[in-house]
Design a protein around this ligand. Structure first.
Ligand code: PLP
Length: 394
């Protein structure tokens, strides 16, 4: 026999990956240039030259330091380099003991959820949300409580969160800059959330953790402020990844940072190490841990995403589409032209446009357009977007 739940997860289609696979097959059939694939968040910008230079220089070093095990939480110098960067960039007194190197944000979030919950607890997410949150929450034996974002601007709805947080709540997961909506949570929103969590901790007599998923932290436009969440709320566990900021999703590298401002940071650090052990996330890829230490302050190249954003928003608004103006990440949240986003996605597909229906993110009526593609794809897709709009207007 096999585990029923795992079997279900293994066979259950992941809509994004399924659409991406469809796109690959369709491209093989009708040619790359005839399919407009806006399905997946695979960075189109190459990793910085500094990453390649660091990797090549490291490969000259003794193999044991590159390909051998590191301590479970990471190479001590790497954890120290990350903590030092956090201290310098965000002015928080980060210690290397509070940095746990991981295989990307996915591992970071799964670890964080397991570290601060008991089976039967509730973890709150803000919908629309990254679909894997539910998988990680339920794997920890917890219930995923979905609270819709404020519809006017997709910022957290503080009143709705207040109503959802109860005696079984252990944590709230946020994601800013946001996938799929592209908004960045404002300082005002984060401060209101921090005040709410502090008040609820006092009322309920239990710790409430804020798990802040931030793989897109550096990918923002027009100089929008991205407040550092551990500075806003003390009981924050920050989940970071270099998948998007340095275009390294295949290298599986990131970290958990437990805010040193939390009074129980030492026990949370131990629980993070324990969850890493329990889930098998120990000793993140060592070569890339060392690359990160060398490139810890390397800036992200957002110029092409910014250009794509402009091209896409200008084109779509001229055609009459309604969408949320993206402030960060590389996704555009566009209203479907009918209530059933899946049906709209299918009609878009007939025009070779691959858009992810919002049902995948827990809400109806929208689609996500990933614009981490080449600018040519956006330009070439405009006649298809036009034809799709005309089809609905007819
Ligand atoms: N969280 C969000 C919001 C994401 O969009 C992604 C990946 O697309 C992840 C987490 C997982 O990232 P990683 O590749 O670092 O595991």
């Amino acid at each position: 026999m096999v585990n029923e739940r795992m079997l279900g997860l293994g066979v259950e289609p992941n809509a994004i990956r399924e659409l991406f696979a469809y796109g690959m097959a369709r491209k093989a059939e009708i040619g790359d240039g005839n399919v407009f694939d806006f399905s997946i968040g695979n960075p189109s910008v190459p990793a910085p030259v500094a990453v390649k230079d660091a990797a090549l220089a490291l490969l000259e070093q003794p193999a044991a330091s590159l390909h051998g095990y590191s301590p479970a939480g990471g190479v001590p110098e790497v954890r120290a380099a990350v903590a030092d960067s956090i201290r310098r960039r965000f002015g928080i007194d980060a210690s290397s003991e509070s940095v746990y190197m991981t295989a990307g944000a996915a591992a970071s979030i799964a670890i964080s959820v397991s570290a601060v919950t008991e089976p039967g607890d509730e973890v709150v997410v803000i919908s629309p949300y990254f679909p894997e949150y539910k998988v990680w929450i339920e794997t920890a034996g917890c219930a995923c409580v979905e609270v819709p974002a404020r519809m006017s601007d997709f910022q957290p709805d503080i009143d709705a969160l207040a109503a959802a947080i109860g005696p079984r709540t252990s944590a709230v997961i946020i994601n800013t800059p946001n996938n799929p909506v592209g908004v960045v949570y404002s300082r005002k929103s984060l401060e209101a959330l921090a005040d709410l969590l502090a008040a609820k901790e006092a009322e309920l007599g239990r710790e409430l953790y804020l798990i802040s998923d931030e793989p897109y932290r550096e990918i923002v436009y027009d100089g929008v402020e991205v407040p550092y969440v551990p500075c806003v709320y003390e009981r924050t566990i920050m989940c970071y990844s270099y998948s998007k900021s340095l275009s390294l999703p295949g290298e599986r590298i990131g970290y958990v940072y437990v805010s040193d401002r939390m009074e129980n940071a030492a026990s949370v650090n131990s629980a993070v190490a324990g969850a890493g052990r329990a889930l098998g996330y120990v000793c993140a890829p060592v070569l890339f841990q060392r690359v990160i230490a060398a490139c810890v302050d390397e800036p992200s190249d957002v110029a092409s995403y910014a250009a794509n954003r402009k091209l896409l928003t200008k084109g779509l608004s001229a055609l009459g589409y309604e969408f949320v103006e993206p402030q960060g990440a590389f996704y555009l949240w566009m209203r479907a032209l009918e209530d059933d986003a899946r049906a709209f996605g299918e009609r878009a597909k007939a025009h070779e446009l691959l858009l992810v229906p919002s049902d995948s993110f827990g809400v109806p009526g929208w689609v996500r357009v990933s614009y981490c593609v080449s600018a040519d794809v956006i330009t070439a897709a405009m006649p298809a977007f036009k034809a799709l709009m005309e089809e609905y207007r007819r």
